[in-house]
Design a protein. Structure first.
Length: 59
């Protein structure tokens, strides 16, 4: 999956199940390039990006 911050395709899936951050349908991902931590969730049929931890600014 492409990082919504820097566009890099290097991401790492993180297994976080506390506090409802992760589910099988919307796993938490971390960008290996900028450090952004996010998940994509579907709300009323529309995908939305939840940023959990901001990454470095894209250059």
């Amino acid at each position: 999956m492409k990082c919504p911050n820097c566009g890099n395709r290097t991401s790492v899936e993180i297994d976080i199940h506390s506090e409802g951050f992760s589910a099988e349908e919307s796993p938490v991902k971390e960008c290996g390039e900028c450090g952004l931590v996010w998940r994509v969730r579907v709300v009323k049929g529309t995908p939305e990006i939840d940023v959990i931890k901001a990454g470095k600014k894209a250059e």
